[in-house]
Design a binder for this molecule. Structure first.
Ligand code: HEM
Ligand SMILES: CC(C)=CCC/C(C)=C/CC/C(C)=C/COP(=O)(O)OP(=O)(O)O
Length: 302
């Protein structure tokens, strides 16, 4: 009786541990950018089957990538305050359970994309998984302060994956979506890394604030944010999006630039984490505007 009660009590919490192994909040935003890529790929609505199975397949593979990242990084995660509560560190999930779970999600996602979407999406998504879990986590993260710039390509791929899921091909407009996330990644991450500099130094991970100092990193955040402003004009400049997108994007750019300028010239406690927090709102906002504009602007401009 006591045994039955105990296992009933632990079952939901174990489910929660598997959920946490997938970095759910990051994966949700990643999947959102992929879904926006699917909607932007065609003038009307994308086919339901590509939308449904494409989203599920990309979500499964992104979750698998996040789990592999935690399997590889468990010793580093154990020594940083931000990550020491993760399931593989606390021991609530074993290595065997985590590897089995990551393999199941990865293979399941790949098979689903290959069979129900198209082989190109399956292959590109698999390469993205390898890029993040293999190339970034295993090698780049420990090797160079440019780790997140190069590794950012994996995080930037999902809108392209979504586009390919619907059309079967890579279009120049999909590459603009890639460029937006690619250039957004450095200010997103380095804002957090400024705050967490000492933790990364303690575990010998060569993040930019550790190797080049905090002030240099602030300059890089500002330069990438300026570049990001230019890149976010591209959807309008190439007639992919209309004025609703442009005006909204410029407003978001202005706020992000304000954060980056304050971080560089008027730094104060708490500002790096507020900049990091805003970077997430910003990317959600840019992709929401792209989606909104795709359906509303043709009606208004007609
Ligand atoms: C190489 C690329 C990236 C790096 C190094 C990176 C790094 C990080 C780190 C370290 C955190 C954890 C913050 C914390 O624990 O408080 C984080 C959070 C987050 N990242 Fe990124 N990120 C990258 C790319 C992306 C991409 C592509 C997206 C989405 C499109 C994204 C969305 C998020 C979100 C939504 C959070 C908040 C998670 C939460 O609230 O727990 N990141 N990122
Ligand atoms: C479609 C597909 C396969 C997508 C995979 C892309 C993916 C999951 C990107 C996640 C980006 C991310 C959270 C990086 C941080 O890793 P970190 O190890 O630097 O951060 P941590 O210290 O919080 O673990």
């Amino acid at each position: 009786m006591a045994r039955a009660t105990a296992s009933a009590a632990t079952a939901p919490s174990r489910l929660n541990e598997y959920y946490e192994l997938c970095k759910p909040r990051v994966v949700m935003l990643i999947v959102f950018t992929a879904v926006v890529g699917m909607f932007l790929a065609v003038p009307g609505l994308p086919p339901l089957s590509a939308l449904l199975w494409g989203t599920l397949g990309i979500a499964l593979q992104a979750s698998s990538a996040a789990a592999v990242n935690q399997i590889i990084d468990r010793n580093i995660d154990a020594r940083m305050a931000r990550t020491c509560g993760r399931p593989l560190v606390t021991g609530t999930l074993s290595m065997t359970e985590s590897i089995a779970f990551a393999t199941l999600l990865g293979l399941g996602g790949f098979a689903l994309l290959w069979v129900l979407v198209n082989p190109l999406t399956a292959v590109l998504t698999q390469l993205t998984l390898i890029g993040y879990a293999g190339v970034y986590t295993l090698y780049l993260k420990r090797a160079t302060p440019q780790n997140i710039v190069i590794g950012g390509a994996a995080g930037a791929a999902p809108p392209v994956l979504g586009w390919v899921a619907v059309t079967g091909e890579v279009h120049a407009h999909a590459l603009i979506l890639f460029a937006i996330i690619f250039i957004w990644t450095p200010p997103h991450f380095w804002a957090l890394a400024i705050e967490r500099r000492d933790e990364y130094a303690k575990v010998d991970i060569p993040m930019l604030p550790v190797t080049h100092g905090i002030d240099y990193t602030r300059t890089q955040v500002l330069l990438y944010t300026i570049l990001l402003t230019a890149v976010t004009v591209l959807p309008f400049a190439t007639a992919m999006s209309g004025l609703i997108y442009l005006l909204g994007a410029l407003a978001l750019d202005a706020v992000f630039l304000y954060y980056a300028i304050c971080l560089k010239w008027w730094p104060r406690p708490g500002l790096p984490m507020r900049t990091f927090g805003f970077s997430i709102v910003y990317l959600m906002g840019i992709f929401s505007l792209l989606l909104l504009d795709h359906y509303l602007w043709p009606l208004l401009a007609a």
